[in-house]
Write a protein that binds this ligand. Structure first.
Ligand code: RB5
Length: 142
């Protein structure tokens, strides 16, 4: 199960992405927002990070206008490694090297088709489990 959340700047993309992933057999726990009313992205970032940290969801996806606010909010939470991605190479590398557990994207920055591919790449990639990457990730938590 993937946790997904957005603010008003990314509502359409969030809904499209949930449908896209559903077609691939990937279920999302959609924490909102559910309307175009202006809202505060940290609230949705925290709903998603809570689900990831509890283990209820394996990974999270956070969307806002730029993806920046969501990534800042998520990365302040201990145990969360959120990656703001606008390309597939970064989405693959951040899983393999950083063991990122949250993907952030900017709905006003990239188109929906690219966002689908980035999400697919992120979810299909695996952490390398190499010692040097484990060592570096552990240093993030110090
Ligand atoms: C909302 O207007 C916008 O500031 C938000 O979606 C996001 O881009 C913040 O980082």
């Amino acid at each position: 199960m993937i946790a997904i959340g957005c603010d008003h700047g990314a509502l359409d993309l969030k809904n499209q992405l949930v449908e896209h992933l559903k077609k691939r057999g990937i279920e999302c726990k959609d924490v909102g927002t559910y309307t175009e009313d202006s809202c505060d992205y940290p609230e949705y970032a925290h709903k998603v990070t809570d689900l990831v940290l509890s283990g209820e969801c394996t990974e999270g996806i956070l969307l806002c206008g730029t993806g920046i606010g969501m990534s800042i909010a998520a990365n302040k939470v201990k145990g969360i490694r959120a990656a703001l991605c606008g390309d597939c190479f970064s989405a693959q590398m951040t899983k393999e090297h950083n063991n990122a557990n949250v993907l952030c994207m900017g709905a006003r920055v990239i188109g929906s088709e690219l966002a689908f591919r980035i999400a697919d790449t992120f979810l299909d990639s695996k952490f390398s489990n190499e010692e040097r990457h484990i060592r570096r990730i552990n240093k993030l938590e110090d």
